[in-house]
Structures are given as C-alpha cells and as structure tokens.
Design a protein around this ligand. Sequence first.
Ligand code: WQD
Length: 337
Amino acid sequence: MKILVTGGLGFIGSHTVVELQNEGFEVVIIDNLSNSTEDVLKGIVAITGKTPIFEKLDLRDKAAVQDFFKKYTDISDVIHFAASKAVGESVANPLLYYENNISTLIYLLQELQQKEESHFIFSSSCTVYGQADEMPINESASIKPAMSPYGNTKQIGEEIITDVTKVSGITAVLLRYFNPIGAHPSIEIGELPIGVPQNLVPFITQTGMGLRKELSVYGADYPTIDGTCVRDYIHVVDLAKAHVIALQRLVNNNNLDKIETFNLGTGTGSSVLEVIEAFEKVSGQKLPYTIVGRREGDVVSAYANTDKANTILGWKTKSTLEEGIASAWEWEQKSRG
Ligand code: WQD
C-alpha cells in the first residue's frame, strides 16, 4: 500500500516517513525542496535502509498534481504536511500563505474525491485555538479568530476538509500539533530552519553553538508561572508515531466519523525560562539571553488536553522536554559540526 507524504522531506514529514517505513508502509514523497534538501532523503535511508520514492513537485502546479495522480493511480492515502508555517512571514506575505497552504490542499482533495474511497491526514496546529479560554485545551475548545494568516490557513484548511468529507469518499483526520521539537535519536534527521529560526528551540540550539549572540525572550510580564509564555513542547518522534497510528485507524476503517480531530501534545506546559533551564541542564552550558518586549501574536499559554488521543488513538508521548531538547542539541552540534 503506497502512502503519499507531501512535505515528506520537511521536519515532521521526514520523521513520519521513517515511522511509516518502520511499520512496513511503502512511501511516496512529494516535496518542492523550498524548505528542505535531498540530503534528508539520505538521512531517512540511513535510518531505515529503505528508499522512499521521491517526486520533486510543487503542489501549487495544478497540472503537475493531476499528472502525479495519473502516474500513481494506486495512491489513495495521503498525509499532507507541505505548507508554509512561519507566523511572522505570513503576516508580511499573506498571499504567499493563502496560495501555498490553501490552493495546494484544494488540488490534492480534487484528486482524492474522484476515488471511491480515500484517506487524508491533515497537519493542523494548536494555533487554530488562538488564546484558548481554559488549559489544558481540548478538541472541543472554540476556534477563535486567527491571529495570523498562517493560523487562518489552518482554520480554513480544516473547514475545507470537513466540507469535502461530507460529499465524497474521503475520510479524514485533523491532527493539531502543539510545539514540535527535537530530532530522531539516530541524529540522521532533524530540524533544518532556513535563515534566522523563528521558533524557540532551534534559536536556543543555534545560540548554544555560538551562531546567534543571544536569545531574546519575548516578554516576561505574562500571567504565568514566571512571566514567560507557556507552550506544550512535543518530541517530533512522538508526533510522527501518532501519524502512523492515525493512518492505521483510517485504513482499517476503525474511525468513528468521516472526520476526526486530535490534539497532539504532551499535556504539560513549559515556560520559555523552563525551556532555557532544560537546555542549560542537558548542554552543561549557560545560555545568553535578554528579556525583551512581547512578540505580536503570541498567546500566553497553550498546552494540550491529550485524553482523546490517549484513549481513542491509544497514543501517548514518551519523551520528556529534556529528551527533546537534548536530541535537538545533539542534532545542532552534528549538523554544524
Ligand atoms: C514559542 C515561545 C515565543 C522565539 C508557532 C506556530 C505553531 C507551530 C510552532 C509550525 C513563544 C518564545 C520564541 C524566540 C522567544 N508552527 N520565543 N524567543 O509561536 O508557540 O508556535 O510555531 O509548526 O503553529 O504558531 O512557537 O517556538 O515561535 O515560540 O521568546 O526567539 O517561545 O514568544 O512564547 P509558537 P515558537
């Protein structure tokens, strides 16, 4: 059974390809290499010994998407990661995000809806909740107006998929990630931010390597344990394994509804200062940082209620925050070494 993984050379995509191959799935990757390189393919093969089929393709090219499905007539299961994901960039360039995150989704779904039966797993995000009213956040929490075009594309994406499942043979799972961090224990694959990292952990590890002078902590006057924002940092391998379980659920027709939604997090919140402390512990070095003003669009706190994923998917995270950070630090040292 061939599984299409779009964005399969990206951070979460590549870790999911490894776990799919470990479970015996044959993987076809589509990636336009806008945020990755073919070296990631070598990393995947180094881990599993299996070479996925790789098609370099930009999903914004509708004809190319159509040709792909003419070539691979036996693909009816898709895990869709390919999207732009930088909050700040989306504010500066909204049309890039609406084109890249929405039109590509539409082209994929147009192909799948022509099939008798198909399965679709969507890479969504806790960002759809905005600042949720209560912690931990469960899947029935209200969807607040998006705080960025990036977040809006995730909300719109979920709505599009919901509507299409009602009138097609497509069955879907929406996976709302909290904050993915870390790298595969083999240190063959990991996060490869291009340019200045927007996210906390890669910025920390690059600062630890001396590539950045210091970390700017965006605000320490929030109503939290120590004034800094709280997030739910989930190890990328735990996250990847959840995708395989969700796919198995779909292909075995164990899903309860045409569309199901799951929060994927650890269920524990960690503040920015706690993440810094964890880094200093695993690296044995002090991290230079300065408290600066708040970052536009940040929510105060976001961590997952994981009951639904734990009970229905039978999935639970295994790695601790420190293990996630330690793997990110090892990866940073190896990939810059
Ligand atoms: C975490 C905390 C910052 C950098 C976003 C998207 C989410 C997902 C992950 C794609 C915040 C603070 C950060 C820095 C800092 N996107 N921070 N200094 O914003 O929670 O989530 O990225 O998969 O959908 O919304 O993640 O890592 O940017 O920030 O103080 O240099 O770290 O203020 O409190 P975020 P983040």
